[in-house]
Design a protein around this ligand. Structure first.
Ligand code: SF4
Length: 441
């Protein structure tokens, strides 16, 4: 049991799922040392803000969160992506206790110890071995590497996070196994470039159970698929070796779902973006995957209005979308990010054209998504329950990642539990979601 005098920390986690994993690691360490989490800044011993520095709008959100913590508490430790370039924070809030960049767990803990030392006798065994997760108990993000070897011109992540550093396969598998043992039903594999996993380690093997597992995308996915949880692969690029993983999907080992941030389709734009694995064979590759695994769901993001994007580049993208039939799409209007190489590219696209293209792409995609969703009416789908209500529960099929995709609303004769996986018969769809009733447990 924790004592009443345990130091209390209020934690704000901003940014992407990768930043969330960093937050979870820091919190796990703090809890292991006897710190407690506070619900509010006011009354906490100090506040940690894990920032995001990806877009200017995210930086502003981070600065606002720091400002709020300063006003309500006054003892504030800043970490995360925006901390890699501390000047802006120092200028706005010269009294923050410390500023560190992403993955600098030790420095964050040092700063916490300086500001509020841990209790004398930390109850190390208070913390379950799987750590503290900020995501609900039934799904968890599994970070397999940090950093990125690509140099996309619109992105500053390699500057902030450095080159790719992969975790040995056995370390990832141990964490995954502990999460499953603690009740996690779905593992979301994340990194900046999941398909590049292990390149930096030269795919070195590490000992796992009675065998050696190489740090390779396919080998890791295969082993994760043996743990008995749903395994969802995010941030994958269409390299040829991704083809092998489709077989694991057909065999039901990993979910038939790929999140591939294509960002564009026009070869000219892709060249200026310097995107990895951007060759013209992508459409053919998608068709082969679908032939092999008809249930495959593809999610992607696109940027419209990238400098130099012409009407014909954009028309190419729309035609490509029709052919590729991507199930789920997120679209962004290009926004220059301080420090990105793309800022110096010629022919910026005016804002009103960006907006027009954004509307046109979303309208086209809505039709494609609706068409693909409609095909599911009358089928049976497994659904993992995220939220329960008196008569209808909200969940997700294998085609839906948490937070970014649609939902499945299921009615059931008996009350359902969060994290339970049921079979539902799909009765109707709307623009993004499915509706049905439970037909099996
Ligand atoms: S793949 Fe490109 S966009 Fe993604 S993190 Fe690496 S450099 Fe940035």
């Amino acid at each position: 049991m924790t004592t009443a005098s345990a130091p209390k920390i209020s934690f704000v986690s901003l940014g992407c799922p990768k930043a969330l994993v960093d937050s979870e690691r820091i919190i796990t360490r703090l809890r292991a040392e006897g710190y407690e989490l506070a619900r509010k800044h006011d009354g906490a011993d100090l506040v940690i803000v894990n920032t995001c520095g990806f877009l200017d709008s995210a930086k502003q959100e981070s600065l606002d969160a720091i400002g709020q913590a300063m006003a309500e508490n006054g003892k504030v430790i800043v970490t995360g992506c925006m901390g890699a370039e501390p000047e802006q924070i120092e200028q706005a809030y010269p009294n923050v206790l410390s500023i560190t960049g992403p993955q600098q767990y030790e420095s964050v803990l040092d700063a916490v110890h300086r500001a509020k030392p841990p209790l004398h006798n930390p109850h190390l065994d208070l913390i379950p071995p799987q750590g503290v997760k900020l995501t609900p108990r039934h799904y968890a993000y599994l970070k397999i590497s940090e950093g990125c070897n690509n140099r996309c011109t619109f992105c500053i992540i390699p500057k902030l996070r450095g080159d790719l550093v992969s975790r040995p396969a056995a370390e990832v598998l141990r964490e995954a196994e502990q999460l499953v043992a603690a009740g996690v039903k779905e593992l979301l594999v994340v990194s900046q470039d999941t398909s590049a996993y292990g390149v930096d380690l030269k795919y070195a093997a590490s000992p796992w159970k009675d065998r050696e597992v190489r740090a390779r995308f396919f080998d890791l996915a295969r082993e994760l698929g043996e743990l008995g949880a749903w395994v969802r692969l995010q941030y994958v690029y269409p390299y040829p070796h991704v083809d092998e993983v489709i077989g694991l999907m057909t065999d039901g080992k990993v979910l038939p779902y790929l999140d591939i941030p294509f960002q564009h389709a026009s070869p000219e734009v892709l060249k200026r973006m310097r995107r990895p694995a951007a060759q013209d064979r992508t459409l053919a590759r998608i068709k082969t995957w679908r032939a092999q695994c008809p249930d495959l769901t593809l999610r992607s993001t696109f940027i419209v209005g990238f400098p130099g994007e012409t009407e014909s580049d954009f028309a190419y993208l729309l035609d490509w979308l029709d052919e590729a039939e991507i199930d789920r799409v997120g679209c962004f209007k290009y926004e220059p990010v301080a420090g990105a190489t793309s800022n110096t590219l010629a022919d910026p696209v005016p804002d009103e054209i960006k907006a027009e293209r954004w509307n046109a792409l979303m309208a086209r995609q809505r039709k494609i998504s609706a068409r693909r969703l409609k095909r599911k009416v009358g089928t049976r789908q497994q659904v993992i329950i995220d939220q329960v209500g008196p008569t209808v529960a909200k969940g997700r099929s294998k085609a839906d990642a948490p937070e970014i995709d649609g939902s499945v609303y299921v009615s059931s004769r008996r009350p359902l539990k969060v994290g339970e996986i049921v079979t539902a018969r799909i009765e109707r769809t709307d623009e993004y979601d499915l509706h049905g009733s439970v037909s099996g447990f």
